[in-house]
Ligand binder design. Structure first.
Ligand SMILES: [Zn+2]
Length: 197
């Protein structure tokens, strides 16, 4: 049986056995009023939330490769804006992790793979003349701490994110779930408030 068939078969039994009842939540709003941006790393699928005592129904989770905010008006920021304005989130956590696949991506290797898997010279030429630097586009980050702080700064300074939203920065060890605190959003709010006095 191939993966999709296994998935569908399991799902049928899951529903029949009413296992979904374990995951039922009050409603679609995050009970802990928090939204988290983190990485799609397989080690973090459950670890990212369970190690922080965030269960089904507690948190909105947005994921991509590296928890990278590459554009202030990209899909991640849009999701954050929706979480804040429509889904009652008043805290944002950006959580990167050590040993991330987006750290020091070997862009030449990826481009070679693209060649080998049939992306044509013509495609690369069109991208180049459309102003898309494929190497920059693939490149992740060199330092996870800098990357998380870049995300935090982008959110804190974003014109559509209200100033009373707390923005925290964390980095997780994917081996044991331990987090290091990079940015405590409560402290920043306090500092910002004092700065205006
Ligand atoms: Zn990662």
């Amino acid at each position: 049986m191939r993966l999709l068939e296994e998935i569908l078969e399991f799902n049928k039994k899951f529903v029949e056995n009413e296992e979904y009842k374990l995951y039922r939540t009050e409603d679609k709003y995050p009970a802990k009023k928090v939204v988290m941006v983190t990485c799609m790393d397989t080690r973090l699928v459950e670890l990212a939330t369970k190690s922080l005592n965030l269960s089904n129904g507690d948190v909105k989770v947005i994921k991509n490769a590296g928890a990278i905010l590459s554009h202030p008006y990209g899909s991640i920021l849009r999701s954050l804006v929706i979480a804040v304005y429509l889904l009652q989130a008043d805290e944002i956590i950006v959580m990167g992790h050590y040993d991330c696949g987006m750290q020091s991506v070997d862009t030449d290797k990826v481009i070679n793979e693209m060649w080998e898997r049939g992306v044509s010279a013509e495609t690369f030429r069109i991208l180049k003349y459309s102003g898309i630097n494929i190497k920059e586009w693939i490149h992740g980050f060199d330092d996870v701490v800098q990357s998380v702080m870049h995300d935090v700064d982008m959110i804190v300074n974003h014109p559509l994110i209200p100033k009373n939203v707390y923005v925290h920065g964390l980095v997780m060890n994917p081996e044991n779930g331990k987090v290091d605190l990079l940015e405590n959003g409560y402290d920043r709010r306090l500092k910002d408030a004092r700065g205006h006095l």
